[in-house]
Write a protein that binds this ligand. Structure first.
Ligand code: ADP
Ligand code: MG
Length: 416
């Protein structure tokens, strides 16, 4: 099973290696030394095009290696001429730190310098790293714009621009900031956009900032990662926590819980601690160092549960998250794809369980339409105050923790 999963994630290793993609031998050495043997589909298709300097719209499922798909070409071009400069814009602080780490892992030995410009971190230190003339700037829109406005940052020498989680970067929340930043970046540049979701409306806007982009699409926008089993409970608001508590007893591994607001994240977290489940929280009311400590502690297994707002829904790569729970359904169907994409990464299995209120059927339909999946509805388990649960006409399977292994149900419910 494991074999099969990995082979689906990676390209057939008898035929394809990183060696045929135009990657310089010295970079190839590092990639292999880091333990990457075979490229993923998006890497296989995007790297040769990106090395040639083409503009790219890259669409591939969550957890399939999009970072190196742009990271390797970026580093290679910088090393080749010494003149290229990269700017990577992404939606959150956590993602900026993670992408910096990935770039550093390959680039550090070659003297590639990076600057991470994110909110919540001391601006003085950032100014110092900018003065060090970094090859790659990695940051969130708000802080990059702050630096531009304070004239502590100039982007006139940027030649390669990457927007990771690009659809998020062009959506209503970020668009005004992105537009201002793009005005400071030279028009003559390479532009690369990557995401697992790319609504047509966003592509239309984005291509205005690009030169005849190549569209590298491994799976249709909105396709979820393979090997994730999806389940749904229809549950009343006041029973959500009882249900959560029941589920947490059945799962031994790491669990990521998404809630809609920072207030509900905080509440869930403290309720969990009250029943002695170790939980950490990530939302915008926490400081950068609190957020770092929460994610780090979760990665190290110090906390069994991480509770977060959509801040943690995009890009975050934590190995071995067994289960993602949508305590509240996400605002947009795209967010569903990203949230549950925190599990089932790099060919691993995973499970996603969502709680929908009885009047949220429409939202569930939207998710099913985008992902082309049916979310199987489970019957609520018995808990003490479960007297008048909502009745409906759906066929429900009984909830049973024995179904936790994703393997036999993989592919179940795929709409053809
Ligand atoms: P995405 O951006 O598509 O969600 P990431 O770039 O975060 O995915 O990569 C997901 C995980 O897969 C990371 O832990 C990364 O180290 C790993 N990975 C990336 N490329 C490969 C590869 N070619 N072989 C094995 N693992 C890989
Ligand atoms: Mg990514």
């Amino acid at each position: 099973m494991m074999e099969k999963q990995i082979n689906k994630f990676l390209i057939n290793e008898n035929v394809v290696t990183f060696g045929n993609l135009g990657i310089a031998p010295k970079i190839l050495d590092v990639i292999l030394r880091l333990g990457f043997k075979t490229p993923t589909s998006i890497q296989y298709k995007a790297i040769p095009e990106a090395i040639e300097g083409k503009d790219i719209i890259g669409i591939a499922q969550t957890g399939t290696g999009k970072t190196l798909a742009f990271g390797i070409p970026l580093i290679q071009q910088i090393l080749k001429t010494g003149k290229e400069r990269g700017l990577i814009i992404l939606p959150t602080r956590e993602l900026a730190l993670q992408i910096n780490e990935s770039i550093q892992k390959i680039g550090q030995g070659f003297g590639i310098k990076t600057a991470v410009l994110i909110g919540g971190a001391p601006i003085g230190h950032q100014i110092k790293t900018i003065r060090g003339n970094p090859h790659v700037i990695i940051g969130t829109p708000g802080r990059i714009l702050d630096h531009l406005e304070q004239k502590t940052l100039r982007l006139y020498d940027i030649t390669i621009l990457v927007l990771d989680e690009a659809d998020r970067m062009f959506d209503m929340g970020f668009a005004p900031q992105i537009n201002k930043i793009l005005k400071a970046v030279p028009k003559n540049r390479q532009t690369m956009l990557f995401s697992a979701t790319m609504p047509d409306g966003i592509v239309k806007i984005a291509v205005n900032h690009m030169k005849l982009p190549v569209r590298v699409e491994i799976a249709k926008s909105g396709t979820t990662a393979e090997n994730i089993e999806h389940e749904l409970f229809i549950v009343k608001k006041d029973q959500k926590f009882l249900l959560l508590r029941k589920l947490l007893l059945d799962y031994k591994g790491s669990i990521l819980i998404f809630a809609r607001t920072k207030f509900s994240v905080r509440k869930i977290c403290s309720d969990l601690r009250n029943i002695e489940i170790s939980a950490a929280e990530i939302h915008s009311n926490r400081t950068l160092s609190q957020r770092k400590a929460a994610l780090e502690g979760f990665k190290l297994g110090r906390y069994k549960v991480l509770v977060a707002t959509d801040i943690a829904s995009r890009g975050i790569d934590v190995k071995g998250i067994e289960l993602v729970i949508n305590f509240d359904l996400p605002e947009n169907p795209e967010d569903y794809v990203h949230r549950i994409g925190r599990t089932g990464r790099a060919g691993m299995g995973g499970k996603a369980i969502s709680f929908a209120l009885p009047d949220q059927r429409g939202k569930v339909k939207d998710i099913e339409r985008l992902t082309k999946l049916y979310l199987s509805i489970l019957k609520l388990p018995d808990f003490p105050s479960n007297l008048n649960q909502p009745s409906d006409n759906f066929n429900k399977r009984n909830y049973s923790p024995h179904r936790n292994r994703p393997s036999h149900h993989f592919g179940h419910g795929k709409r053809k």
